[in-house]
Design a protein around this ligand. Structure first.
Ligand code: ZN
Length: 127
């Protein structure tokens, strides 16, 4: 899955906290990883990724990858893990990912990948 948000030095520095996350955004356990930014975070010659948040809706975890240990960067990525996005209209990545997961085949894929027993442990409201 390629649900992600990229933090670029040139952009992506603000989160619109006045725009609340989706009301049904799941509570997710935040996992922090320092060092290399995985390929899933994307890359660009023009943008140097210093951090990235990748929600895993199946497991209800949010993986935060960090190249730096700066408080504002961690805070920024963890807000993404709580469903916050960058200002509209073009950077609604978390909201879009959640919407696609809910209405698409996300749940069904999780059930297959995890098995119903494990899925129902994470998502009792669906079982
Ligand atoms: Zn961001």
């Amino acid at each position: 899955m390629r649900y992600l948000c990229l933090l670029f030095l040139s952009a992506c520095s603000t989160i619109d906290v006045s725009d609340p996350p989706p009301v049904d955004w799941p509570a997710m356990r935040i996992m922090r990883y320092y060092g290399k930014i995985p390929e899933a975070c994307g890359s660009s010659l023009l943008n140097y990724n210093i951090a990235c948040a990748v929600p895993d809706f199946c497991a209800k975890t949010c993986n935060v990858y960090l190249r730096v240990d700066w408080a504002w960067v961690k805070e920024h990525e963890e807000l993404h893990c709580k469903g916050y996005d960058h200002p509209k209209p073009d950077r609604q990545i978390m909201r879009t990912s959640w919407g696609e997961w809910k209405t698409g085949i996300g749940r069904d894929l999780c059930k297959v990948q995890m098995g119903m027993t494990n899925y129902c442990k994470k998502w009792p409201e669906d079982c």
